[in-house]
Design a protein around this ligand. Sequence first.
Ligand code: 3PG
Length: 389
Amino acid sequence: IVRMTDLDLNGKRVLIRQDLNVPVADGQVTSDQRLTASIPTLQLALEKGAAVMVMSHLGRPKEGVWTAEDSLAPVAKRLGELLGREVPLVRDWLDGGFEVKPGELVLLENCRMNVGEGKDDEALSKKYAALCDVFVMDAFGTAHRAQASTHGVIRFAKQAAGGPLLMAELDALAKALDNPARPLLAIVAGSKVSTKLELLSSLVGKVDQLIVGGGIANTFIAAMGHGVGKSLVEMDLIDTAKKIMADAKARGADIPVPSDVVVAPAFAADAPATIKTVDAVGADDMILDIGPQTAARYAELIRAAGTVVWNGPVGVFEFDAFGKGTETLARAIAASKAFSIAGGGDTLAAVDKYGIEQDVSYISTGGGAFLEFLEGKELPAVAALRARG
Ligand code: 3PG
């Protein structure tokens, strides 16, 4: 893949696809991790003397209609604050006709408002390509989508390159998965086995230890023959969980299962929390976190790991009474010498809550893209860049 860092961009029109798809409430950006992550790329392009056009989607708007709700206006404002310069938002940009000089930067309105974006339309991709001398794909978070702004445009741009953020993400993931310092430990947690099935199956062949948490762990606990009471569980996936455990065993990977858990009679912040051994969970109990013994055992595994990949909180950490398991693991990752990588919305919220940003080796901006990469899938945008050489 050609890297933007290796290109002479002086005086060139450079179209940079970023993933600036951030949460917005009441016209304000509420989490700017993705914006912050894009800044070094944008600054570098400006320093190289490029005329910079930034392209991104926000949400999943209907194509062909502009609405204020789907506008990137709040993003332009926050991006401007972070860059320390005004970021003009260009509303009608598809046919060019707007001005941007070398050393200047504009943000193009939500590219998902363009008809054909979602289905990777060729004519639209060519229009994007016609706007620039160089197209830079830097939106790792959207690299799993084969759409006109992430895929089609790469085929038709005069020159196409991978941006610094995209390349850093790919480099970090390769370091964690291709030739990892061992033991390689993955934490996969979240509410449902069904949404992480491919991930679990793929990781079982790669990792030394696979810690499961949340509803996923409940399904594994049930698969071992324990009662899980009123916990979130997918009974129809018990056999799948058993198969994953057998598969792991055959491949020499360990899937440790909780020995104790924190239960409550209801899913609520103020529900009374009780620690129970896993075989003592009652019919009215909901498992909302791993227990302290289990958390300590997992923390020890993390301490001994060479590489840690973290996706998903192991308990309902939004409620303090059920956040101790996630906090213990977060602190263990922060203290560990392992190369650590964390990704996914909930995971980043936990990283933020426990203030360990500086202590995780790499924090991914990808949600779905991060998962698909871990599942071993080739991301369409990356494949398109590779095909360009
Ligand atoms: C994300 O938030 O995961 C990316 O921005 C992709 O968004 P999408 O799922 O709407 O394609």
